[in-house]
Design a protein around this ligand. Sequence first.
Ligand SMILES: Cc1cc2nc3c(=O)[nH]c(=O)nc-3n(C[C@H](O)[C@H](O)[C@H](O)COP(=O)(O)OP(=O)(O)OC[C@H]3O[C@@H](n4cnc5c(N)ncnc54)[C@H](O)[C@@H]3O)c2cc1C
Length: 467
Amino acid sequence: MTGAGQTITVVGGGLAGIAAACALADAGSRVQLLERRPYLGGRASSYEHPGTSEVIDNCQHVLIGRCTSLIDLYRRLGVLGAIRWYDRFTFLAPGVRPTILETGRLPAPFHAAPAFLRAPAFSLRDKLAIGRGLSHFLRALPPDTEEDFAHWLQRHRQTQGAIERFWRPVLVSALNEDLERISVHYAAKVFRESFLLSGESGRMGIPSIPLSELYNRAIGYLEARGGQVCLRTSVESLRPTPTGWRAVAGGRALESDAVVLALPFEAMAALLPALPHNAGAEELGAHLAEFEHSPITGIHLWLDREATDLDHAVLLDTTIQWMFNKSRLQPGRRGSEASYLELVVSASRSLVTMSRQQIIDLALRELALFFPGVASAKLIKAAVVKEVRATYSIRPGLDRLRPRAASPWPGIFLAGDWTASGWPSTMEGAARTGYLAAEAVSRALGHARSFLAPELPAAGLMRWIRS
Ligand SMILES: Cc1cc2nc3c(=O)[nH]c(=O)nc-3n(C[C@H](O)[C@H](O)[C@H](O)COP(=O)(O)OP(=O)(O)OC[C@H]3O[C@@H](n4cnc5c(N)ncnc54)[C@H](O)[C@@H]3O)c2cc1C
């Protein structure tokens, strides 16, 4: 048993904190998970929206088959069955026949090639350029340098059509950033894992229940293993004790042998002055100051009739980028006469200063370009959720500033999507850092264990093409 009998405090009940807490509890530690909000899930959560009285996700969250540690966490919590998997994607452009990208019978990396060659969204020149571009990521990922992906596309002579209808829409939604602010290494990772490695790697998973229903399962899981979850508990300071650490939260003092800080980068920066000062803490503070947020906006619309029978679609050439048909994706909602759609705009800086009504008007206008029935449908209610601190920008060179689990304070370990995982700001990145922090805790307590899930193997010809 790892750290059996030892008490571990995990601060932050997002994906990273949940993953760390569940792994450590499974291995025999007594875990106390402290979360500031009244629910778990952090940036991936749902709540009753006051204006509409509907339970909405703060934003649609999706995963891909390559997210093995997140999938492992779902399996632990018994919620993997609530994820619906898709290997068929519809790309819509106004006035153009739909483009369907799907996995076919050919071996990887050619599994999506026949669908791609048929795609009406791209001209022959676009297809040749995209094929040439993707071929650079077949053998391995390029290193993280100072080059941004917009520059890389220019250097590799990509056509305007390829950029606007393939590279940009895929990357802006996967990495929540503009091409000029994306590291080539992480851009390549998205395309290699979504389109080249195997069909299973790139398939998309969508939760069929609200996010908090998924993640609040961790409460019962931890309690069944002798742990406790303290919601509405904000940690204000941490001080060393002769045997470990004391966390102070709302006037309460909670003692433990070790601590995992699973906070977003800005909350970690805010807590720094309440931790013992040392040279490592100063360096961490300087690195944290280099991280920047990128916003995502979710537009939730309830219409008096069904606008489309698609479950989801990528929307090209407009401000709105993805349509998720929540009435179809969350079967628990069926039966309501309204049709519920969520539209997502990633890297949504242009929407941040717009009013709620301006955003709804824009969304309805653009949606009608793809689904003409929307023009005559009645809007029953709507919600606009601007998440200005959605993710951090995965800028070129940022990786060298992302710390590993070991912190400047012995007995304290770091997790959170911004720490080193080899993944960008995603649920998988967060889950990996939680497992990595749990591994570091168990090593420090003298009971080395591994929690990270194995990678998915490459399939087809990619088994030999990989370097
Ligand atoms: C709008 C939006 C859309 C997204 N879409 C996707 C997607 O489709 N796919 C995907 O993989 N990822 C997506 N992401 C990113 C993903 O949600 C995050 O990368 C991931 O959830 C981060 O998890 P985390 O545990 O690192 O941090 P968080 O989720 O931020 O968790 C940290 C927790 O710490 C708590 N906390 C902060 N300070 C304290 C304190 N002092 N004491 C106690 N608790 C504290 C916070 O309340 C929070 O619950 C999206 C994010 C947003 C916001």
